[in-house]
Write a protein that binds this ligand. Sequence first.
Ligand code: SF4
Length: 351
Amino acid sequence: MWNGITFDSWYERFSRFAGDLYPGRYTAEYVRELVEMARRVRALAGEKSSTIVAHNYQYPELQEVAETVGDSLGLSQYVARQATPRVDFCGVLFMGETAKTIVGDRSRVYMPDRPGCSLVASIDQSRLDNWTSHHPDGVIISYVNTDAATKARSHYVCTSRNAPQVMAHAAREFPGRRILFLPDKYLGAFAISQSGVDPDRVDLYDGACHVHMKIGETALEEALDRHPDAELLIHPECGCASSCLAKTVVAGPAHGKAYYLSTEQMLWHARNSPSREFVVATEMGMVYRLRKDVPEKTFHPISMLAVCEYMKMNTLEKLLDSLERDRVEILVDGEIQRRAHAAIRRMLEIE
Ligand code: SF4
């Protein structure tokens, strides 16, 4: 499939589907360089038996050189099934850690860089210590968008899709015990509202994603005003989308045609919906993916500010360097890995 890396195909694709998303990035000269690097990356991946995966929010060229593109937990489960000796994970650091937590010693996991995440950075372990000292039998539920150390001290991990089910399950399994949900306060509010759990039993950690803060509280309404015939597609993978989720599901739809969908569901829905036009309420990278896979329809980003600078720290240049010099390897301490994996497994057993 990578024989198709040609200047003409990439230049046409990036100009058509990503030119307005990343203004000035895809000049002919730069695309020529990217094509050369991409061929080298694919050759090295073959030599080193590496599985390259990219998160949906990565730059188009990283999505193109990856074997598969998807959300964080899905990619980690994918690489665990491949069992290649090496994995190159293009995403933010907590995603690489999640992959390493799941694959364990079977594969070495590398990333082009070690990008942080503002949602993860909002977690202060001393605040967690304080909470557990006041509630020694309390139950901690952490979003998959957390570092390995936080997952390791959690009873359950959850995704944005299953957060209400995990909260309901935890409340049943541990009757009367206090629950802490972290770090995304919007996702936590959504989980409480949909789970039927008494809100007075749950403490919400006060974390949020900076991309959501940048987009602002009114972006959703403004985007729908600009495109009144569009359907709203919400891909609740990251903190940037969870407030839209809370608004449309908890507060009632701001719009009659709002859909809350995983990556694959979103692609299927966009192809099969009678609607020709969509507003995409998530990071910009997802818009490229949709435009490329469903070229006959029109996709608008919710805001031109819907860009995660952490995701965009990964570049093809850095991926090539990582493959050439075997860096940056992601390691997770054995005990943390064991406990974090247990919290992930408990979540998977609920579904
Ligand atoms: S979009 Fe927000 S939650 Fe997702 S990686 Fe970026 S900072 Fe973290």
